[in-house]
Design a binder for this molecule. Structure first.
Ligand SMILES: [Mg+2]
Length: 182
């Protein structure tokens, strides 16, 4: 069954990740076909919410106003393909002061489900890191790993049994095509 709400990790799923964080809109580089994939979800009437750890804020590398500008850029790049994000949730916590919203904790996912009145069974999370899958498992959502970003490494390191089952696709485009075929 098609999901009602798709929860999207950002870095490594929508855009290229960077070891030194995406600190301004100029550092945001979309992954091939990711914007088109979001456009397909939007056209299908499926809600999308980004759930992203942004510890660069807590580390003092950039502020919330800059993150807003980065997300305007992300929205613009995606809108060129008809794609829309219905909400963007971010967690600014640094790892050494992580609260209940920082993945692998499920706080942001629960907020998104509540906002769109979606049950865990109506949601799927798409991420590239183990902590995405762990957050989705805690929230009770289906889990998809894409091999972009950290994804190939995440898969190669082996997925712990508690996060299984996990569906694995090469990229967001392949994941979305499969979801829309359901
Ligand atoms: Mg990621």
């Amino acid at each position: 069954m098609r999901p009602k709400l798709v929860l999207l990790d950002r870095d490594g799923v929508l855009n290229e990740d960077r070891d030194d964080f995406i600190k301004n809109p100029g550092e945001l580089i979309m992954l091939p076909d990711s914007a088109a994939a979001v456009g397909k979800l939007t056209a299908a009437g499926i809600k999308t919410a980004i759930v992203t750890n942004q510890s660069g804020i807590g580390r003092g590398l950039f502020d919330e106003a800059m993150l807003t500008r980065i997300h305007e850029q992300l929205r613009n790049e995606t809108a060129r393909f008809g794609g829309h994000y219905d909400a963007i949730f971010f967690c600014p916590d640094p790892p050494w002061a992580a609260g209940p919203n920082r993945k692998p904790e499920p706080g942001m996912l629960r907020q998104a489900m509540s906002r769109f009145r979606a049950t865990p069974g109506e949601c799927v999370l798409i991420g590239d890191s183990l902590r995405d899958l762990q957050a989705a498992q805690k929230a009770g959502c289906r889990r998809i790993l894409v091999r972009t970003g950290n994804g190939a490494k995440t898969q190669a390191q082996g997925l712990p049994p508690e996060v299984l089952p996990v569906s694995v696709y090469n990229d967001l485009g392949a994941a979305v095509d499969t979801l829309l075929g359901e």
